[in-house]
Design a binder for this molecule. Structure first.
Ligand code: 13P
Length: 260
């Protein structure tokens, strides 16, 4: 039997927004009243997390960071620690996004260390994995995502049960080229098996899909048995579009399954 996990939809604003735009976006999103059948979170740029927390604290919407340091504190100019994010009320933090792996040369082990730092401070790390177009065309998709996930399971052990995994094929990010529901589901199923090998308690771990998720393709993606929600870039910057994606997730969500 396929376990039903409560759906999770996370907006990744990336490096977008300003005080006025953030307020307008979140007020319009709150006015959509999407309900809480699916869990919803917004990962904003660090300088705006105080503003976002003020706008969302009376709602059921969570918030999070887009990255954190693997270090606790100290001489790491420009870095944001997991403790700082936790103090700002963050529930989530994205680690290992492909833009950071590619543009900031983040290795699999480094990403795992960030996930561990997040867990030490009570945050839920959203660990991103995904292959490039060249890797997919070379037939290496499973090898790549297995390697990326294995670095995290090796470091965390059974604490892998406390993370969220996001499968984001690099070729589908910001390109308008979505993985088909079948393509995505096949990789999710593969990741689910790797999680089960790493920990008997990993059934509650949610595996999100990210990469050109829009209001008009979300329902088909979320209907697949191994897709537990979405990590949404561009479409999370439009209140009505993001709300429609959250509603699509809510339709396939169930309460009562405790997931990290
Ligand atoms: P898009 O939804 O804009 O393709 O971005 C996906 C993503 O990278 C989310 O982290």
């Amino acid at each position: 039997m396929v376990a039903r996990r409560r759906r999770l939809v996370v907006g990744n604003w990336k490096m977008n927004g300003d005080r006025a735009a953030n307020a307008a976006l979140l007020q319009a999103f709150l006015a959509e009243r999407v309900g809480d059948e699916a869990e919803v979170s917004v990962c904003a740029p660090a300088p705006y997390l105080v503003q976002v927390s003020t706008l969302l604290e009376a709602s059921s919407i969570a918030w999070g960071g887009q990255d954190c340091s693997s270090h606790e504190s100290g001489a790491y100019t420009g870095e944001v620690s997991a403790a700082m994010l936790a103090e700002l009320g963050c529930r989530h933090v994205i680690v290992g996004h492909s833009e950071r792996r590619a543009l900031h040369a983040e290795s699999d082990v480094f990403v795992a260390e960030k996930a561990a730092a997040a867990l030490r401070h009570g945050l839920v790390p959203i660990v991103c994995v995904g292959e490039t177009l060249a890797e997919r065309e070379a037939g290496a998709t499973e090898q790549v995502v297995a390697r990326q996930l294995a670095a995290v399971t090796a470091l965390l052990g059974t604490d892998i049960d406390r993370v969220v995994v996001a499968y984001e094929p690099v070729w589908a990010i910001g390109t308008g080229r979505t993985a088909s529901p079948e393509q995505a589901d096949a990789v999710h199923s593969f990741l689910r098996d790797r999680l089960a090998e790493a920990s008997a308690g990993s059934d509650a771990v949610r595996i999100l899909y990210g990469g050109s998720v829009k209001a008009d393709n979300a329902a088909q993606l979320f209907a697949r048995p191994h897709i537990d929600g979405g990590l949404i870039g561009g479409a999370s910057l439009k209140a009505s579009e993001f709300a429609a994606i959250c509603r699509a997730a809510a339709k396939t969500s169930t309460h009562g399954v405790a997931s990290p």
